[in-house]
Design a protein around this ligand. Sequence first.
Ligand SMILES: [Zn+2]
Length: 254
Amino acid sequence: MSEIVSARTAKAIRSERFFCRRRDTPALDSRPLAGHNASDTDAGDAGKKVRTMDEQRLRQFQKMAHDDPENELGHFSLGKLYYDEGRFSEAIPSFRRVTELNPQHSKSYHLLAACLERSGQRSEALAVLKRGYPVAAERGDVMPRDAMAEMLRAMGEAVALPTSKASAPGTHEAGASPTGFACSRCGRPSGRMPERPFRGPLGETVWAHTCAACWREWIGMGTKVINELGLQLASPRGQQVYDEHMREFLQLPG
Ligand SMILES: [Zn+2]
């Protein structure tokens, strides 16, 4: 049954009107989120419960990465889950694949380097940082840029100052600049959507940082996410997971 619902939802999501209607419903958005982290803070036996839930997500992400090997989001989600669980060596192939599929995905360089370092592969980590830092600096991706700069310095490497573009208007650091637009996913300064794709603060963020082509790509990817993960967008938890994947895919700031 969930597949039927998901398929129907996936169809609905292709229509932007669906988004708008949903965003118009404050009751849905303001409901407290399902406490998926509620047991994360529990110690001891509670770990079993967390483990079961994470194993389920793990299988979903493994399936997503396996069934759709060109899907950078599947690999990133899988790597991030391994990373969050402290399974650093297992996360390495996933993050590496993301950097292959999308060499502009600055966050995955940072996480890949962190995993390599924690797995004792220091020289490999250094090589990744030297490739990833300029990408983040060029794109103005502040968080991964600064994190990689810190890692490089800790390894005794000199860090070049970010390129001028990184602090120029229109980058993440400056937010949505009235003087310029650059898509945070592909870096293109053109192709901005004529209006926000859906209402609410997240719709504004997407509009400010995403070009129309990347947005269209996300609509297709979002459908896959819904189906692969069996998300129910009518539930706050399902919507939250969907939004997280959207932020990740579009490389939205914040
Ligand atoms: Zn774009």
